[in-house]
Design a binder for this molecule. Structure first.
Ligand SMILES: *Cc1c(COP(=O)(O)O)cnc(C)c1O
Length: 357
């Protein structure tokens, strides 16, 4: 399919916020992308239209049984004033893996990328300028069929919305505490943990609340069967600097295949840092922290790029990682990835895609 995208511009552009008034996901741009799908028949009517509410029948399948998937990526303003996307092909591929798991129709990768580019080009003036800011891109698909039966829906809406977001580290590149969760689990093998689907997030809210009560920013989930192996943070993957090796849990079927995770692994290999994707027992991490062999822990994800961890809170104990400060690898990865994303450094792997207005 190579359909042309119809563009209808708003006649009421919104006032743009100042870069220092930006938070995550509160303000949306002037336009959105929509496209209608019918199972087994593909997609029709791809269009950029003024941003606004969508109507759904109250019996729409997504509202009852959560047949929904999404993606998250960003556009960054380059020194030449163009908008840059970072590895958007990975998001397109992952979107279709999620769609398959949730029995939803695929979106051809080229169509997914054309839609993202068309919308970003339309709202390019919304890509913020200040260091650290970006335009968050949220593609999603929902089951719209008006039907309360439990089976894959017959009709779908694919949409993309955009939100200018502030610098994640407005107060500096600060490490956070994370709660190692031994009560709630996020996903199990055979479940939906490897799909980017809203239900995983709904299921994670209770653990997130508990983490906040413990003064922790995030939850580190353990495997759902033995509560023994580290999985991921629920919106980020996790990595450990253990005895000089960058160790991250392997893609076991219950964790998300993060674009940032893949990027971090590639850069570490480029820099001749030993890398290991394997099962990581939480006891191994705690023991290594105790005898000084755990120098760094950090989360990896599109929102923060790198999120350094100062303490793991496990079974009521606060365990400090390294010296409790941002480690050198976390800092180097953050600087390198941020600079490539913004077109400030060479891009030897061809990760950056420029959006032409
Ligand atoms: C999106 C997401 C991540 C991070 O993936 P990136 O592609 O690096 O942004 C990690 N875990 C979960 C559960 C996610 O939804």
């Amino acid at each position: 399919m190579k359909s042309t995208i119809a563009v209808t511009l708003t006649d009421k552009p919104k006032p743009k916020p100042h870069d220092d008034e930006l938070f995550f996901g509160r303000i949306f741009t002037d336009h959105m992308f929509l496209m209608d799908g019918v199972a087994d028949q593909g997609w029709t009517n791809p269009r950029v239209v003024p941003y606004g509410p969508i109507t759904l029948d109250p019996s729409a399948a997504v509202l009852h049984y959560s047949q929904e998937i999404f993606e998250g990526l960003k556009a960054y303003r380059s020194p030449r004033d163009s908008a840059l996307l970072f590895r958007p092909d990975k998001n397109a591929t992952r979107f279709n893996r999620s769609a398959e798991r949730m029995c939803m129709p695929p979106v051809e990768e080229e169509m997914f990328l054309d839609a993202v580019k068309a919308l970003v080009a339309t709202d390019k003036s919304w890509v913020p300028h200040s260091p650290g800011t970006s335009l968050y891109i949220r593609p999603a698909m929902i089951a719209t069929e008006a039907f309360l039966g439990v089976r894959p829906a017959k009709s779908y809406l694919f949409f993309i919305i955009l939100s200018p977001v502030g610098a994640y580290y407005a107060e500096g590149f600060n490490p956070v505490k994370i709660l190692v969760e031994d009560k709630y689990v996020r996903a199990v093998k055979g479940g939906t943990g490897a799909a980017k689907t809203g239900g995983n997030y709904a299921a994670s809210l209770a653990a997130g609340e508990e983490a906040h009560h413990h003064g922790c920013a995030q939850v580190l989930y353990l495997d759902g069967v033995e509560r023994k192996y580290v999985e991921e943070v629920g919106s980020m993957n996790i990595a450990f600097m253990l005895d000089g090796t960058l160790v991250t849990p392997s893609l076991s079927g219950s964790i998300l295949d993060g674009v940032t995770r893949a990027t971090v692994l590639q850069l570490a290999r480029d820099w001749n840092i030993p890398v290991s994707e394997r099962q990581v027992a939480v006891d191994e991490v705690i023991t290594a922290a105790g005898n000084g062999r755990l120098s760094e822990v950090f989360g990896t994800g599109t929102a923060a790029v790198i999120s350094p961890v100062s303490h793991l809170v496990y079974k009521g104990e606060h365990i400090q990682v390294g010296n409790g400060k941002v480690g050198p690898l976390a800092q180097r990865l953050f600087d390198e990835i941020s600079d490539i994303q913004r077109g400030l450094k060479p891009d030897p792997h061809g990760w950056v895609v420029e959006v032409r207005a």
